[in-house]
Each structure stands twice: as C-alpha cells, then as structure tokens.
Design a protein around this ligand. Structure first.
Ligand SMILES: [Zn+2]
Length: 141
C-alpha cells in the first residue's frame, strides 16, 4: 500500500484499530466460553469474514470497529487525507450492507455489534446473541 499517512495520522489510526487493550472478538469469545457456550467457529469462511459463526444455527456475528465501519456515535473524520478515508470507509459501509444481503439470502442470521457497545456493555451483546441462538434452536442442556 502506498504510504499516504502522516505520522500523526498513523498513530490516531492505529489507536482506532487496536482499541484500548483487548481485541473485541476476544471479549465476546471469553463471554461465550465462560458461560459454557461452545460450538462456534472463528475464521470460518463466509462472505465478510464474520468474527464468530455458529454453523449449526446459521448465525454469523460481526464486531464492527467504530472507525472502520463508520459508527454514527463514534466516527470522527480524520482531518488529513480526507478523500482517501472517505472512499475507504464508505467502501467498507457499502460492503457491510452487501455482505448482509448475501448472507441473508443464504439463510444466515446476521448480528452486527459496534465495538463501543461491546466494550461498554458486553452483557447486552451476550444477551442478544443467546436470545438469537435460542430462537434458532439452541439448547444448553
Ligand atoms: Zn461506536
């Protein structure tokens, strides 16, 4: 990739990518496994590369980084290379929508969570996932 970022821009960008400490997909995996929920796959090959996939229940879960997926609450437009970022981020948003359509058409249920929600209220994310699993036949007995 062409090095279009200034140093300041890059550090802003890296902080957005890395988050504060834990990777969001690790937060959710910990929550699931500590509650005895297993049988999900990571790195399962589906359009859009969902973070967590329950193949048995056709449930695909995405954790969307607030910067990369233009979270209406958190997204701040970088003040440099505006055009580059605008194209990049809008491209991501467009792709997200397309991925949702494709998966839905194939019978998948798609859940998307914003990274900030997962960090702020992981229980809410957990409840929504388990609710969806139960709807789709999950039984933890
Ligand atoms: Zn956000």
């Amino acid at each position: 990739m062409v090095d279009v970022l200034t140093k300041k821009q890059r550090s802003y960008n890296m902080s957005m990518i890395k988050g504060k400490n834990t990777k969001p997909e690790l937060i959710i995996r910990k929550l699931l496994s500590s509650n005895g929920i297993r049988g999900y796959r990571i790195n399962y090959k589906l359009p859009g590369k969902p973070d967590i996939v329950f193949t048995k229940y056709k449930l695909a879960i995405f954790i969307d980084g607030c910067f990369w997926h233009k979270c209406p609450k958190c997204f701040i437009e970088p003040d440099k290379n505006k055009e580059f970022w605008k194209n990049k981020i809008n491209g991501n948003v467009k792709r997200d929508k397309k991925v949702n359509r494709v998966l839905k058409k194939d019978g998948w249920k798609v859940l998307r969570f914003r990274e900030h929600l997962l960090r702020k209220d992981p229980d809410q994310v957990y409840r929504r996932i388990t609710k969806e699993l139960i709807i789709r036949g999950f039984n933890d007995n």
